[in-house]
Design a protein around this ligand. Sequence first.
Ligand SMILES: O=P(O)(O)OC[C@H]1O[C@@](CO)(OP(=O)(O)O)[C@@H](O)[C@@H]1O
Length: 456
Amino acid sequence: MPVYSISHVENVRVCVVMVGLPARGKSLIAQKIVRYLSWLSINSKCFNVGSYRREIATDTVVDAEFFDPKNEVGMNYRQEAITRATTDMMKWFSDDNGVVGILDATNSTRDRRDKILKLCRENSIEPMFLESFCDDQDLIMQNILDVKTTSPDYLNRNNEFAAEDFLKRIKFYEQVYETMDQKADADLTFIKLVNVNSQIILNRIESYLESRIVYYVMNLHIKPRSIWLSRHGESEYNLTGQIGGDSNLSERGWRYAKRLPELVLKSLGEENKHTNLTVWTSTLKRTQQTSSFLPYKRKLQWKALDELDAGECDGMTYEEIEKTFPEDFKARDDDKYEYRYRGGESYRDIVIRLEPIIMELERQENILIITHQAVLRCLYAYFMNVPQEESPWMSIPLHTLIKLEPRAYSTLVSRIKADIPAVSTYKEKGTSQLGELETGTASKSRDLIRDSELAK
Ligand SMILES: O=P(O)(O)OC[C@H]1O[C@@](CO)(OP(=O)(O)O)[C@@H](O)[C@@H]1O
């Protein structure tokens, strides 16, 4: 049976129109919304007007003066770029069943916003304006240094030139910028974030989909932090190849539990060794036993982090499942993301129950999560933007600590192996056999996670 999501039930299509001066983190917010909604299977796409402008304005110098509102050449190119972006977006809504399109540009004047509004209304798309208003000079400078100095606009330019030129560009935009206003824009649906989220103004949020986006952006923060992910140590069920259950750790699993504090310290590095982590586990014994030697006071159990419920297959090996329920076994291999165990769950079901976890993770700072193979795949897929058809097939070996460092436009991944062997719990498509013993040190070619991998 198909599982419906909000976008099927409501039949609403939303165009999120970003608003704000340059260097206000608009692109970052836009990309995060797309990643979050895509993870929830809501068809969403970002249309970055700057990329369109770079494609067309190739025969002119693009420096700060290009953005002078009195510069006719610049204005023409910018007009052409927004026209192309909105045309592509409308085409995407109709041809590709788009649900949430994000128009990532400054959209800084009321005149420009009125035109977009009109276009949305003509195409029966709900416009929702999302302004990032920021007058905190430190935040602005940080954004310029983090992002703009690496922008394609400043290829082969040094950072000093880039920062100075960019400040000039902002000055030109300030001449015409009109912020969203509760009186002047009273009829519009909008969210106004003031200095990231120190103040949030909401106006006419109507659909459920819009309210999900509001709730998500309200929880975002930009403080640097890391998230550590680990499967529990090898369990007794892992040794016998049985799935599910609530078994204890094996002798090697306990060894991993004892080694884990050392791995975490190594990953924190000397200068951060006193960082206080919060540890999240599932309610199952194997994750709690794995966390038992960690010196951190705050340890929380989440039911939502429990392993995929295998229903009638709980406690069976893959071979037994293939013999007892051959059709189910094949159906799962054919579409592992959607397949729901008899009386149990699918990967899609896990994603749905993990949503509050993702929301809380966005709010929190340094968290170490000890959970299970399927759950970890889903969490990893969110941070690394892994497509649905791939995520259930990712190999996430036992006895390995993964560190994620969310950055402006990517998430940095590193991992430390404990050097304690463990069985493989990885089953390839088309077989009921599990892989060979993991040595706990070597990387396997099928691993989708590579050291220092970057995900857009
Ligand atoms: O989706 P697949 O690849 O079957 O992986 C999920 C399975 O991983 C297992 C191990 O085989 O996780 P875990 O080690 O956390 O118990 C099973 O319990 C679970 O059903």
